[in-house]
Design a protein around this ligand. Structure first.
Ligand code: FE2
Length: 208
């Protein structure tokens, strides 16, 4: 996927200091890691354009770099969604009467059941992401696990709530076995308005 006209992606900034239970130090480290995905996405595209220009598209190198696009692109985009659904003073709770609240009720029975299911998926062993997705074809919401950044994303579904559960997201603040505490902190900082905006389609990408 070599795009000769590819415009480099720019690292976005997020003002998130002062969250509850997710330290500024963790966020600084995390912003740096996110920047690495932006840089590597751009680098991969540059390398692919160069190889393409040299007629090297039928090579194992071209194939392997192309496969890595899924990891780097998703690492970039998922982090933007993650930072974009955090806010100071968030976690006020999804209103049962809101569009998102009603959809959660229809899909899970009630908001508490969604929350427990989301936390359980986020607590799964391994590193990855827990995402509440909207199926645009049915209007139903469902929770999903993504291994690393690229294995488990559902084609065509829209992300509504995105939580990073790689250990770098919480290891400065919690012990490895304390991931549930981090998940509680994430939910305490959830930007409900951002999630509502994604659900209603007001924001696709970038979001936040
Ligand atoms: Fe991360």
């Amino acid at each position: 996927m070599a795009l000769l006209t590819q415009t480099p992606y720019k690292q976005r900034t997020f003002d998130l200091h002062g969250l509850t239970g997710i330290s500024d130090q963790t966020l600084e480290v995390h912003f740096g890691l996110y920047g690495g995905y932006v840089k590597n996405t751009n680098l991969l595209n540059e390398q692919l354009v160069e190889l393409s220009g040299q007629g090297q598209t039928a090579t194992p190198t071209y194939a392997e770099l192309t496969r890595r696009l899924g990891f780097e692109y998703n690492g970039m985009v998922l982090h933007e969604w993650y930072f974009g659904n955090l806010t100071r003073g968030g976690g006020g709770g999804i209103a049962t009467s809101s569009a998102l609240g009603r959809a959660i009720g229809e899909s899970f029975g009630d908001i508490d059941t969604w929350r427990k299911d989301f936390a359980a998926i986020g607590s799964m062993r391994g590193v990855g992401w827990a995402v509440t997705y909207l199926d645009p074809a049915t209007g139903r919401l469902s929770n999903h696990w993504i291994t690393l950044h690229e294995d488990g994303n559902i084609a065509g579904f829209k992300p509504v709530v995105v939580m990073d559960v790689w250990e770098h997201a919480f290891l400065l603040d919690y012990k490895p076995a304390e991931r549930p505490k981090y998940i509680e902190a994430f939910l305490a900082n959830l930007d409900v308005d951002a999630a509502e905006g994604r659900f209603t389609g007001a924001a696709d990408r970038p979001v936040g």
